[in-house]
Design a binder for this molecule. Structure first.
Ligand code: HEM
Length: 430
């Protein structure tokens, strides 16, 4: 009940009371909480093949995504990763930045000025547009709104299942399960339609769908089948969109209640960026904004925990872990570990600037995971977030009618309990 009520408080209590490795029982299973970077390095990197994703909560995500890269294991995962990795190459992200900039600028023009508006919902609209455009080159008038509506509904239904602890396979006996299955079927039809349309009329689009369709495995010469493509598209939407939206929602909150910091970051963006241009090189010209966003990912890591199953017995930080044990690692905990962070509970936007950077151990900071299964979209997410924040800041002053911190709601990702309101005032441009 404690885990259901306050998962972050419970994990923090376990860590503070029992130390860096401890075990607790949940139902029939023992869960090993590992909160030392050495242990995390072993799980995610040094001995990663021993730690699979054969877990019930992964299967629950799999009801929506199908057997995609996020939940696959072993040779199947490796093949999917080999096929998908090139689509996330630096050069490809560079191209996608053009779309991100264009859509961000259009969104900025549409935002109502001087009125209260829901920050998260508004940002979500933009991140979904960026997702549908970079994935399938769909604009709003070409059916993107149907994809966005159906996916948002599915995502909410999945989150509701997690919240209710309904991790089992949906059964059509229950009415909310029937809604879930119906929405999922509709979403599959939409994605299948997009794939079939692209197969019938290849249009030379430069998007993730085209790259995944053309990807050829250098080891076996094979391609992703249409069923596999469907799973991977859904996986990319699930893994990529809510994580980024939530981090941006927290960013708006922290900027809204720190006007001086917002001014500094706005000035940096204005002085360093040209007229809408953005590239990997640009990121190096806005170090203060980058450091601010890295701090957001430290304090509010969207993927606040991940889990694995130990396939064979192992030793982590001197503790025996039996075969079959569930192992939990939490960026939220590690990012506050007092041994690795000075003043871990303070929000310090300069923490990641140059030599100020603290948290010396690679695995004391891992908002994007680590090892071979590190987030495939990390560069995508960083570029998208910095483009949105830089352009928002240089165009508007953000204020918040209410500056009390919203309650943190750890579901699949680290959400706010309620959407926050913001008011935007235009900045005078020099
Ligand atoms: C701020 C935004 C994001 C955060 C914090 C984040 C975080 C993570 C983390 C922690 C993992 C590893 C999970 C584990 O080890 O169990 C992961 C995996 C993954 N992420 Fe992200 N992610 C973000 C954005 C994205 C985006 C934009 C995409 C795609 C466009 C994406 C696609 C994926 C995929 C496909 C995986 C699975 C990789 C594999 O297992 O090989 N993520 N992400």
């Amino acid at each position: 009940m404690e885990i259901q009520r306050d998962p972050l408080g419970f994990l923090t209590y376990l860590h503070q009371t029992y130390g860096d490795v401890c075990v607790h029982r949940l139902g029939p299973f023992d869960y090993y909480l590992v909160a030392h970077p050495d242990g995390i390095k072993r799980i995610l990197q040094d001995n990663h093949p021993n730690y699979s994703k054969r877990l019930i909560d992964m299967q629950t995500v799999g009801y929506v995504s199908g057997p995609g890269i996020l939940i696959a294991d072993g040779a199947d995962w490796m093949r999917r990763r080999r096929l998908m990795q090139p689509a996330f190459h630096r050069d490809k992200i560079q191209q996608m930045m053009l779309t991100m900039v264009a859509l961000t600028n259009a969104w900025i023009q549409e935002l109502p000025v001087g009125q209260r508006l829901k920050a998260n919902s508004s940002i979500t609209l933009l991140t979904l547009r960026i997702a549908t455009n970079t994935l399938f080159s769909l604009d709003l008038d070409q059916g993107a709104s149907e994809v966005m509506e159906c996916f948002s509904k599915l995502n909410e239904l999945l989150i509701r299942r997690f919240r209710a602890g309904k991790l089992f396979r949906p059964i059509p006996l229950f009415s909310d399960d029937r809604v879930f299955l119906r929405t999922l079927r509709r979403f599959d039809e939409i994605i299948d339609g997009i794939i079939a349309g692209r197969r019938a009329r290849p249009d030379g689009s430069f998007d993730l769908l085209s790259m995944l369709m053309l990807a050829r495995d250098e080891e076996d010469g094979g391609f992703l089948s249409d069923i596999e493509l469907r799973s991977e598209i859904k996986t990319l939407l699930l893994a990529g969109f809510e994580t980024t939206s939530n981090a941006l929602g927290w960013s708006v909150f922290e900027l809204g209640r720190r006007p001086e910091l917002a001014e500094t970051l706005a000035r940096e963006a204005e002085e360093s960026l040209g007229a809408g241009e953005f590239s990997h090189e640009t990121l190096t010209r806005i170090p203060q904004l980058k450091s601010f966003f890295e701090e957001i990912l430290r304090v509010y890591p969207p993927a606040w925990y991940t889990a694995r199953r130990a396939e064979a017995a192992d030793t982590l930080c001197g503790f025996e872990i039996p075969a079959g044990a569930r192992v939990v690692v939490s960026p939220y905990l590690l990012h506050r570990h007092p041994e690795f962070w000075a003043e871990p509970n303070e929000f310090d936007a300069t923490r990641f600037l140059g030599s100020h950077r603290l948290g010396a151990h690679r695995f004391s900071y891992f908002p994007f995971g680590g090892g071979p299964r590190q987030c495939i979209g990390n560069q995508f997410a960083m570029a998208e977030s910095l483009i949105i924040l830089a352009n928002l800041l240089r165009t508007y002053r953000i204020s918040l009618p209410r500056t009390t911190p919203p309650e943190v709601r750890p579901l699949i990702t680290l959400r706010m309990q309620e959407d926050i309101e913001m008011v935007l005032e235009p900045r005078e441009r020099p």
